[in-house]
Design a protein around this ligand. Sequence first.
Ligand SMILES: Nc1ncnc2c1ncn2[C@@H]1O[C@H](COP(=O)(O)OP(=O)(O)O)[C@@H](O)[C@H]1O
Ligand SMILES: N[C@@H](CCC(=O)OP(=O)(O)O)C(=O)O
Length: 375
Amino acid sequence: MVHGNSTNFKWQRVVIKVGSALIAPDRKGVSSRYLLGIAQFIVRCREMGIQVVLVSSGSVAAGAHLFPDIDKPSVSIKKAMAAAGQTEMIGIWNNLFDFSTAQILMTHGDLRDRERYVSIKNTIHTLLDNGILPIINENDTVTTDKLRVGDNDNLSAMVAAASDADVLIICSDINGLYDKNPRTYDDAVLVPVIKEINKHTYAMAGSEAGLLGTGGMRTKVEAAEKATSHGIDTFIINGFSETAFNQLLAGQNPGTHFFPVAKPMKELVHWMTYTSDAQGEVVVENDFEFDMDIQSELLTSEAIAEVRGQFTVGDTVLITKRDGTKLAKAVSNYSSCLLSFIADQADDSFATDFQSNTGSIISPKNMAMLNNKTV
Ligand SMILES: Nc1ncnc2c1ncn2[C@@H]1O[C@H](COP(=O)(O)OP(=O)(O)O)[C@@H](O)[C@H]1O
Ligand SMILES: N[C@@H](CCC(=O)OP(=O)(O)O)C(=O)O
């Protein structure tokens, strides 16, 4: 746990996310220029008994030099860059350590499937228990718009939650979050501490990324929101600066430190809120409220105004009011077809009988209240 501007370094497990500009700063293939300092930090953490998981971006940037005549690469060229760059990148990381490393490539399609998520989680823990450094990236070659996380900031927060980490360190090409983009405004000021992430935090982050990166500060704030709501301290630091790593090791905050929330979400609720992806929507009337006291009647067909999308039993659905308010995400015990059918019956007794035989539509142990969060 970290306090104020200093740390007492009681971390047991750290996730370190490294941005593309640190891997291939000149787009001439991978370079060890900045990776040496990061590798030294990883080694020192491990010497202190802290387990480390590395999330490394940079496969596209690392592979770009193999396609020298292409100014504006298409999606398929970028995927080819990623495939070729990934081996260069893993090669250089592997050479920097005298212990074993392991590569894990994943997509959002893997993380949002509970069984695959648990499998990833178990593999990470098994690697750590055996002293092996997991090096993780999105599997860009197989992603589609529907399947991808799209940026490694959010991916690193999902990985931090899956790893049960207590700190996430996002290494970027800039000192931390400024009150506005310092590449545009000379008078931008570094924000050292964020105690609560809100719309002002997002306003400061804006939406511009650097030349090599994806998502800029916005996706880093999204990542910090995901991680801190799971009780994970989050830092954005300058990965170019060895001083920043030394400061962290000395218990100081070298960049922006996002404090964990006072009451972190439980693991399953956190996964449902931030990692699972709703396959459909169950729309209820505007005056609907969950009555948590009667669990079997948490959501009954009479309350349903509309069923949107196609989902099967066990899929996650979004429960929204007609006015668009996001109430909850929950695992549906009914398919969209069946739910539409029983909700459309004019005779309420049909639905009541059906539900008393088949069971409730959703159950509280598989639901996460959203309070209109952006997820
Ligand atoms: N408020 C801000 N504070 C800091 N950086 C900002 C801000 N707004 C935009 N940026 C841009 O975000 C960049 C870092 O994000 P990004 O390019 O995605 O890097 P990375 O590869 O580390 O993920 C900075 O170099 C800067 O150009
Ligand atoms: N999976 C991509 C990373 C995309 C990404 O988020 O990049 P960055 O903003 O530099 O962390 C790659 O390896 O190129």
